[in-house]
Design a protein around this ligand. Structure first.
Ligand code: SF4
Ligand code: SF4
Length: 383
C-alpha cells in the first residue's frame, strides 16, 4: 500500500511546540542515550525521522512519544540542538489532539486564546449556575455553609459532580478507543489474541499508580514530583466522588479531611514547584513551555488555593458567607479543569500514558511472535 506523506507535518507540529526538527541529521546519539529506547521501540530518532518525512499515519500510530518521560538526556546530547526531547513532548500534544474526536483539543493546542476563552466561559456559566441554584432552587441561605439550610447542598453538588464525571469519562473513553485503533486496531500485521489483553491488563494500574518507568530515567526528583502530583490529584478525585458528604460535614472527619489536606498540599506544592521550574528554565524539561502548560498549572494553583481558602474561612474563622462565595469561585475553577483539561488537554495524559505502556507491551509481544513465525517460515520480515 502506498504511503502518503504530509509535507506540512513539521509546520503543523510547530503549533504544538516542536522546534528545530529540521536540524536533525540522524546521528542516533539521542536514541543511544535514551534510558527507555530499546527494541522494538528505538526512539526518539525514529520519531524525528517520521516527522521530517511527513509520515503522518506512522506518527499517528506511534506510541513512542508516550514512552518518553522527558528526562531531557537526548536534548542535552544532541550535537545539532534539534531538541528531540521537546519534539517528543510536542508529538504527545499532537497525538492528544488527534485522539480527540471533537476537535476541541486541536483548537486548544493551536490557540491558547481559544482555550482561555473556553475556560472563562465555562467558569462564568458554572458560577452563574451555582449562584442561581443557591438563591433560587436550593432552598438554602448564603449564611450557612454546611448542614441543614446550606447554600450549596452537598447532595446537589454530588449529583452535579457525578454527571460531570460521567460526561468526561465518556469523552475520554472514546478518545482512548481511538488511540487503540490508531496504534493497534488499524495495523493488520499485528495479531493480538484477546487473552493477551487480559494477561497484560495489570500494567494499567501499575503504571498509573507508580509511574515506575519514570523512576528508571535516573533523575528521581522529577519522578517523585510527578508522582506526588498525580497521587494528590487522584486522592482528591476519589474524595470528591465518593466522600463528599464527609468532606462537607460540619464537624472535622479526620479520615477524609486528613487525606484532603495532604492532597491539597501535594497539588499546591507540586504545581508551584513546576511553575518555578518553568520560570527559571534551569532543568531541560522546563526550558520550553507551551501556553497550555502555563494554563494547566495556573488552573491547578487556583483550584488548590481556593480549596484551602474555603476550608480556612469555614473551619478556622467560621465565616460562612465568605466560605460560600469562595466555594462558588472554587467550583468556577474545578469545572473547567475537569471538564476541559481532562478530556481535551494536558490532563488527558493521565489516561494515555498508562494505556501506551499497556499497548506497547502488547505490540512488542505481537512483533516478537510475528518475527518468530516469519523466521520459522523462512520468509522475509515485513517492512
Ligand atoms: S535529534 Fe540530534 S541526536 Fe538525535 S538523531 Fe537527530 S541530530 Fe542526532
Ligand atoms: S527526553 Fe529522555 S525519555 Fe524522552 S526521548 Fe529523550 S532521552 Fe528518551
Amino acid at each position: 500500500m502506498a504511503i502518503r506523506a504530509n509535507p506540512r507535518l513539521v509546520e503543523e507540529l510547530e503549533h504544538y511546540g516542536a522546534e528545530d526538527v529540521a536540524k536533525c541529521y540522524h546521528c542516533g546519539n539521542c536514541s543511544a542515550v535514551c534510558p527507555f529506547s530499546r527494541e522494538p521501540f528505538l526512539f526518539p530518532r525514529k520519531s524525528m525521522r517520521y516527522l521530517q518525512m511527513g509520515l503522518e499515519e506512522k506518527l499517528l500510530g506511534n506510541l513512542e512519544p508516550w514512552l518518553c518521560y522527558y528526562c531531557g538526556e537526548c536534548s542535552e546530547e544532541c550535537p545539532r540542538e534539534a531538541e528531540p526531547g521537546e519534539t517528543m513532548m510536542s508529538m504527545r500534544r499532537w497525538l492528544t489532539s488527534r485522539y480527540d474526536f471533537t476537535g476541541i483539543s486541536k483548537l486548544f493546542y493551536r490557540s491558547w486564546k481559544a482555550e482561555l476563552a473556553a475556560i472563562l466561559l465555562v467558569a462564568l456559566l458554572t458560577g452563574a449556575g451555582f449562584l442561581l441554584f443557591g438563591f433560587r432552587w436550593g432552598g438554602g441561605h448564603l449564611g450557612v455553609y454546611a448542614g441543614e439550610g446550606a447554600f450549596l447542598t452537598t447532595g446537589a453538588v454530588h449529583v452535579f459532580d457525578w454527571i460531570l464525571g460521567c460526561v468526561l469519562a465518556a469523552f475520554l473513553g472514546i478518545n482512548c478507543a481511538r488511540m487503540w485503533w490508531f496504534s493497534i486496531g488499524k495495523d493488520r500485521t499485528l495479531r493480538i489474541p484477546p487473552l493477551a489483553y487480559l494477561r497484560q491488563a495489570f500494567l494499567l494500574p501499575v503504571h498509573f499508580f507508580t509511574q515506575k518507568r519514570y523512576a528508571e530515567c535516573g533523575k528521581k526528583r522529577p519522578w517523585a514530583i510527578h508522582l506526588a502530583l498525580m497521587l494528590s490529584y487522584t486522592t482528591m478525585l476519589v474524595l470528591i466522588m465518593f466522600f463528599l458528604h464527609a468532606m462537607h460535614s460540619e464537624r472535622t472527619v479526620w479520615a477524609a479531611h486528613g487525606f484532603g489536606y495532604l492532597a491539597t498540599i501535594g497539588l499546591l506544592g507540586t504545581s508551584i514547584y513546576a511553575l518555578r521550574g518553568r520560570i527559571r528554565k534551569e532543568e531541560t524539561h522546563y526550558k520550553h513551555s507551551h501556553e497550555t502548560d502555563w494554563i494547566f498549572l495556573i488552573l491547578l494553583v487556583f483550584v488548590a488555593g481556593t480549596g484551602i481558602l474555603q476550608n480556612v474561612l469555614y473551619r478556622v474563622f467560621h465565616l460562612d458567607v465568605a466560605a460560600n462565595v469562595v466555594y462558588v469561585v472554587h467550583m468556577m475553577g474545578v469545572v473547567p479543569m475537569l471538564g476541559l483539561e481532562v478530556p481535551f488537554s494536558k490532563w488527558a495524559h493521565l489516561a494515555y500514558r498508562p494505556l501506551a505502556m499497556y499497548f506497547s507491551e502488547l505490540q512488542a509481544e505481537a512483533i516478537r511472535e510475528r518475527e518468530r513465525a516469519v523466521a520459522a517460515a523462512g520468509a522475509p520480515l515485513p517492512a
